[in-house]
Design a protein around this ligand. Structure first.
Ligand code: ATP
Ligand code: MG
Length: 444
């Protein structure tokens, strides 16, 4: 991609209302534009990162056996009356009246809608377990939308819904998502901590939030330090037994949200030096809630004995748009964003130091085309701007590798390679630079 053909409206100034680094940096790097309180347009760099995150989530959902669907943003309020949540959900629910005076709801979540799909088509235990997910915009009329896309009113969520015959298999479905979540967040280089949580308006009996410790987090979490040392990829998890053991290992350590926190138990079970308490950003939340929706909505199935029973359900959410901000909260410095390779909008940024030099320009194009051919997404900053501006914009947008090409080094067949993560620069041959980039990207 040539920068001059692209659209990255970088800004010098921080937006006046931005309080946290990710909000400032997303606006300054031209990723998002606020349209009204808590509602944003996603500009090219922003949507690219959002899609990369979506794809990682999608891959891990499919690997865990979930099947993608797409439900509408607008739902009939009748479904919410059936489940009994219409009155309870409160002011956060955005209601829309159509021309026939029917009330529609811009979905804040989709338990009702997916239960309606399930009960229409699935009647037998033979079709279970089933896990359906979608990645769709949600609307919650938050009283105080803030921190950019971290707490928006319109936001993108991945939500999955599991259907099982009984409590035991429902637990396995829950555990599978638990593992999928840990793997998903790890691929974004986030250390997500599963914390025992209240289930809130979703309701239910088994619930965990996945939180990342960050000073700008809105909630408080408490956990045993040992949980941070666990690695979900350490063992191959294929059978239900292996999955259950891995999850139960996580559950054996203390971890809780502030609502669930029990100081006495914390002090009793976790040594002082292993006690971690800190601000957490909630990036995912999973629930197992049995027949909470299937019962009132009559989503029942015929089991192997010919008996009818309400299906056991669970729901599993990931804040896709919130993840973009969360990753930036974890990876930034004074100069800008530092993207983990897996989600970076481009992997390499080629900076041409001398604008009107034919040799430099052709070398930049040659390297750009070579990298693209290797499947490494590259942006070539070919703008008629000063080197200083290209450096500062390059650091701001946070592409992991910068290849700086100028006449002096070019004469010797060399290029300057800067790694954004460490800000270390070295002058090496083109071949070595490309080998190095390849080895880091493809080794991931
Ligand atoms: P919170 O406690 O942050 O308000 P929640 O518990 O209401 O979130 P869930 O219903 O569990 O949220 O939704 C699943 C995920 O969607 C959350 O874990 C979070 O990552 C994301 N999410 C929820 N509300 C918002 C929002 N207003 N803006 C962006 N992402 C959100
Ligand atoms: Mg939650």
């Amino acid at each position: 991609m040539l920068w001059s053909n692209y659209f990255i409206p970088t800004q010098k100034e921080n937006p006046a209302d931005a309080k946290i680094p990710s909000h400032k940096l997303m606006v300054r790097s031209g990723m998002i534009k606020q349209e009204s309180a808590g509602i944003y347009s996603w500009l090219p760099l922003g949507i690219k990162v959002l899609k990369n995150i979506e794809n990682i989530i999608r891959q891990e959902q499919e690997r865990a056996g979930a099947i993608e669907i797409l439900m509408p943003t607008l739902q009939s309020s009748d479904l919410w009356s059936e489940s009994g949540r219409y009155d309870g959900y409160g002011e956060e629910m955005l209601r829309v009246v159509d021309r026939h005076d029917r009330i529609l709801i811009y979905g804040p979540t989709n338990e009702e809608q997916v239960t309606e799909i399930f009960r229409k088509y699935v009647k037998s235990y033979k079709n279970l377990p089933l896990n359906l997910y979608h990645i769709q915009w949600k609307f919650r009329d938050e009283i105080r939308p803030r921190f950019g896309v971290m707490r928006g009113r319109e936001f993108l969520m991945k939500d999955s819904y599991s259907f099982d015959l009984n409590e035991d298999t429902a637990k396995i479905s829950y555990y599978k998502m638990f593992v999928a979540y840990l793997k998903t967040f790890q691929r974004m280089e986030l250390k997500a901590i599963p914390v025992s949580a209240e289930s809130g308006p979703i309701g239910g009996n088994l619930s965990h939030e996945f939180s990342v410790i960050a000073p700008t987090g809105e909630s408080e979490i408490f956990c045993d330090k040992s949980i941070l040392d666990l690695d979900i990829n350490k063992k191959n998890l294929t059978t239900d037994k292996e999955i259950s053991e891995a999850v139960e290992n996580y559950l054996s350590f203390y971890s809780a949200t502030d609502e669930k926190h029990d100081v006495n138990n914390f002090n009793k079970t976790v040594k002082k030096k292993d006690q971690i308490s800190g601000r957490g950003i909630e990036i995912g939340h999973i629930f197992s809630f049995g027949d909470k929706y299937s019962k009132p909505m009559n989503a029942s199935i015929v089991n192997a004995d010919g008996k009818i029973s309400d299906v056991y359900m669970g729901s599993y959410g990931i804040g896709v748009s919130r993840l973009v901000a969360t990753i930036i909260e974890c990876f930034n410095d004074d100069d800008g964003i530092i993207w983990p390779i897996s989600v970076a909008p481009f992997k390499v940024n080629i900076i041409n130091l001398k604008n009107n030099d034919d040799d430099c320009y052709s070398k930049c194009i040659e390297i750009h085309n070579l990298l693209e051919k290797l499947g490494i997404e590259t942006i070539f900053d070919d703008r008629d701007e000063s080197a200083g501006k290209k450096f500062s914009d390059g650091d701001l947008i946070g592409v992991p590798f910068q290849l700086i090409i100028g006449p002096r080094e070019l004469k010797n067949g060399n290029v300057e390679l800067k790694i954004r993560k460490t800000n270390k620069k070295e002058i090496i041959s083109f071949e070595r630079a490309i080998d190095k980039i390849k080895s880091i990207i493809f080794e991931e």
